[in-house]
Write a protein that binds this ligand. Structure first.
Ligand SMILES: Nc1ncnc2c1ncn2[C@@H]1O[C@H](COP(=O)(O)OP(=O)(O)OP(=O)(O)O)[C@@H](O)[C@H]1O
Length: 373
C-alpha cells in the first residue's frame, strides 16, 4: 500500500469512530437541489446558527458502503487543498436513511450545462477551465491520488464565465499505484489501455460501486489487474477539452474498431515520428491558420479545425501510450495561443450567438443566485 493510501485508510478508520447521528433540518435550512448523480443527491443548505452556505451531499445508506463514503469525504477534506478542487467542510454525519457530508458549494451548475452540443464554448473560457483543471489535477497527483472520473458533470462552476471552476466528485479517487481490475467502457473517456478488458462482462457500474465481488462471476475472461496512474486523468482532460471546444467527441469509443479513433491513431503515429525529430514538446509552435503542418501529414479530420498548437496539446494528452502521455502540468505550456483556426472559431462564435437556448439558462441561474429575479 502506498503512503497516500495508508494515510487515507487511517483517516477513514478515525472518522468511522467519530461519525455521529444528526437531524439535518435541526442544523441546516435546505434551500434548493444543486444536482444529482448515480450515488448522491446534492442540496444547497445554510447552517442555521452560523449562516454558512454549503452543499450537502446525501448518500443513501442502503446502497452506499460506509468506507467508500468516508473515503470520498476524507479525500475532499484533507487532500483537496487547492482552489480548483471542491473541499469538504468538516461536517459529516448520518441520518436513519443517509450518510451526509458538507462541501463548498459552487452556485453556477457544472460544465455540462455550458457546453453547447456541436458548438462547445468560447475558446478563452475553455482555456481558463483547462488551466484551472491542470492546477487541481497536478495538486491531487502530487499528493499521490488520481481522480479517475474527470467529465463535464464533475467540473462545478463558481461563476457563469468559468473564471473559477472546481473539480468535484471524488467517489472514484484512488491512490496512485493501487492495483485495480481494468475495466473497459464504451466512451471516449475510457483510455486505450483499458481495451485489453473489452469483452469482459464486468460493468463499469460494478467497479464504480466498489463491488468487486460481482467480477468473480466472470468466467470467460481473466481479470487484468493494473496500477492506478495519473495518465488516466490526462486522457480525460484531453477528451474534455475537445468537448469544450467543439461540443462533440473526437470518437464514439476508444477502441481499435472505431473508425474515427483509428484515423486518430494513424495521424498520431505519423505525427509521432516528426515530433520525435523536432521535439515539439519542448517548444510548442503556433502556425498561421492556412498552413498545413509538416507534423501532421494525414491530419485526422476531426482535428482539422485546430491549430498546430492545439494539435500538439491533444497529441500530448491523448497519447495512446500511457507511460508517455503528457501530464496536466505539462499541458499548461500550450495555453495562451490560438487553438481553433480563425475561420472555424468565427463560425462557432456566430452560431453560438444565434443559439440562445443554453446561454439563456445560465444567465437565469446567475440572476437567481444573486437574488435579482
Ligand atoms: N459542491 C457542489 N456544489 C455545487 N454543485 C454540486 C456540488 N457537488 C455536486 N454538485 C452537483 O451535483 C451533481 C452530482 O454530484 P456528484 O457528481 O458529486 O454526484 P455522484 O452521485 O457522485 O455523481 P456520479 O454519478 O458522476 O458519480 C454534479 O454534477 C453537480 O451538478
Amino acid at each position: 500500500m502506498t503512503a497516500a493510501a495508508e494515510l487515507l485508510e487511517e483517516m477513514c478508520h478515525l472518522t468511522a469512530q467519530s461519525l455521529t447521528a444528526m437531524d439535518t433540518s435541526e442544523h441546516f435550512q435546505l434551500l434548493k437541489p444543486l444536482g444529482e448523480g448515480s450515488y448522491g443527491k446534492v442540496t444547497l443548505a445554510v447552517h442555521r446558527k452560523r449562516g454558512t452556505p454549503m452543499a450537502l451531499k446525501f448518500f443513501p445508506r442502503k446502497s452506499t458502503s460506509l468506507f467508500s463514503f468516508l473515503r470520498e469525504y476524507n479525500v475532499s477534506l484533507s487532500f483537496c487543498t487547492h482552489p480548483s478542487l471542491t473541499r469538504a467542510l468538516g461536517i459529516v454525519y448520518f441520518t436513519p436513511s443517509h450518510y451526509v457530508f458538507a462541501q463548498q458549494a459552487s452556485l453556477f451548475g457544472d460544465l455540462y450545462d455550458v457546453i453547447l452540443p456541436e458548438l462547445g464554448m468560447e475558446e478563452d473560457c475553455c482555456q481558463r477551465v483547462v488551466s484551472q483543471l491542470c492546477g487541481g489535477l497536478s495538486h491531487l497527483h502530487s499528493l499521490g491520488f488520481v481522480h479517475r472520473d474527470l467529465k463535464p458533470e464533475n467540473v462545478f462552476l463558481c461563476d457563469s464565465a468559468c473564471r473559477w471552476v472546481k473539480l468535484g466528485d471524488f467517489g472514484m479517487v484512488k491512490a496512485k499505484g493501487t492495483r485495480v481490475p481494468e475495466v473497459w467502457y464504451s466512451s471516449p473517456y475510457c483510455t486505450p489501455e483499458a481495451e485489453v478488458a473489452r469483452g469482459n462482462k464486468d460493468s463499469w457500474e460494478s467497479i464504480n460501486n466498489g463491488n468487486d465481488g460481482l467480477m468473480e462471476k466472470n468466467e470467460n475472461r481473466k481479470r487484468v489487474w493494473v496500477s492506478v496512474e495519473p495518465s488516466t486523468d490526462s486522457w480525460a482532460l484531453g477528451i474534455l477539452t475537445y468537448a469544450m471546444l467543439t461540443g462533440s467527441h473526437p470518437w464514439e469509443e476508444t477502441a481499435n474498431h472505431c473508425h474515427s479513433y483509428q484515423k486518430y491513431r494513424e495521424w498520431f503515429e505519423q505525427a509521432k515520428d516528426s515530433r520525435d525529430e523536432e521535439d515539439v514538446r519542448a517548444e510548442p509552435q503556433t502556425e498561421p491558420d492556412n498552413q498545413e503542418s509538416k507534423d501532421c501529414p494525414a491530419l485526422a479530420p476531426q482535428f482539422a479545425c485546430f491549430t498546430q498548437l492545439a494539435c500538439s496539446f491533444f497529441q500530448s494528452l491523448l497519447d495512446p501510450r500511457p507511460q508517455l502521455r503528457g501530464r496536466p502540468e505539462e499541458a499548461l505550456r500550450f495555453l495562451g495561443g490560438d487553438w481553433m483556426k480563425a475561420k472555424e472559431k468565427m463560425r462557432l462564435e456566430e452560431e453560438r450567438k444565434r443559439s440562445t437556448k443554453k446561454g439563456a439558462i445560465s444567465s437565469v441561474k446567475e440572476e437567481e443566485v444573486r437574488g435579482e429575479r
